[in-house]
Design a protein around this ligand. Sequence first.
Ligand code: 5RP
Length: 235
Amino acid sequence: MKTEGGTADAKRRAGERAAEEVEDGFVVGLGTGSTTAYAIDAIGEAVADGLEIRGVPTSFQSRRRALEADIPLTTLDAVDGVDLAIDGADQVVDDPDSSANGALIKGGGAAHTREKLVDATADRFVVVADPSKLTDRLERSVPVEVLPDAHTVVAERIRTRGGEPTLRDAERKDGPVVTDNGNLVLDCAFGPISNPDDLAAWLSRLPGVVEHGLFVDLADATYVGTDSGVERRTY
Ligand code: 5RP
């Protein structure tokens, strides 16, 4: 599992705090990554103690983790809605004076397409993060999931906007990362992103783009695990 940045304790605190928001009867979106994994484990413990919920995983990884935790699972097409989604992030804007406060870059685990679907469907979307994810301005590369046939065409369009796309390579497999949906990922460096909403809308309009990792105006709160506790940001 990807564990770059942040301490495991901080991630665990954030994940466990978010899991406390889960109530009996909830349908819960289960995000992907090392921080959300702590939330999934904590939800699993609550289920073992009698909590009745159903989880909607956002990736092969979160599905496996939830199965290991004995969380009953369902799918989006089998439920009326999602009460709460808990998910990690690669960057979170942490500036109350910015119009982008709470905007995210996701997709470090190449799961952002299903994550965005589930997180955006949820009545409430809570981000779990450690302090290394907080930033004044989004500036990491934006993961863009593309249809395999479209990767060169989309890459060229990204360059016209000043971005530098890199096809994400797999580790321990020759060739590219293939997503859970059978697509490829372009990591697109744009430098500091002054207007994430505008870039998000532009990326969404590109033919061949399945989904990108800019999550703007989606999160309701972020739990930031620290060395000593958990800080809560609301949007
Ligand atoms: C996967 C994601 C993850 O939520 C994001 O990469 C954060 O992961 P971690 O909690 O391991 O740092 O967007 O696509």
